[in-house]
Design a binder for this molecule. Structure first.
Ligand code: CO
Length: 134
């Protein structure tokens, strides 16, 4: 089912400082800051040749990553994103195997305007997995 690695997302305490660090010290190509009010996150994309890193910070008061940053105040890896060809059939298969899909179990349009679901970390060795339609 999974085909490609899409991104790793890291929650950081200071988005601007984190972007500058990747740019100045690691020589990375970084985007400007994008605010996604509907997702409650601000994001900087670190573009690599084969993948990308998303640096995230809570946006607004109801951000889904607010608690995560409180628990990991210095920053931490939040999730990895893998691509799948057919997210609907993927959902069925996951449910058959007793995997917990977060939320109402239906694919939602993610920050890249493609359908995504999130799998509970308890089912995948402590890692929150985002599956994104190719
Ligand atoms: Co993501």
């Amino acid at each position: 089912m999974i085909t490609k690695f899409n991104h790793v997302a890291i929650v950081v305490p200071d988005l601007y400082a984190a972007a500058r660090k990747y740019e100045k010290i690691l020589g990375a190509k970084v985007s400007s800051i994008s605010d996604y009010s509907e997702h409650g996150v601000s994001v900087v994309f670190v573009e690599l040749e084969n993948t990308k890193i998303e640096l995230m910070h809570p946006y607004g008061n109801n951000s889904p990553i607010k608690k995560f940053l409180e628990k990991n105040s210095g920053g931490a890896i939040h999730h990895i994103c893998l691509e799948v060809k057919d997210i609907k059939s993927c959902c069925k298969n996951l449910k058959l195997h007793g995997i917990t899909i977060l939320g109402d179990e239906e694919p939602k349009n993610g920050a890249h305007n493609k359908p995504v679901i999130f799998l509970h970390p308890k089912d995948f060795y402590g890692t929150l997995i985002e599956l994104q339609q190719e």
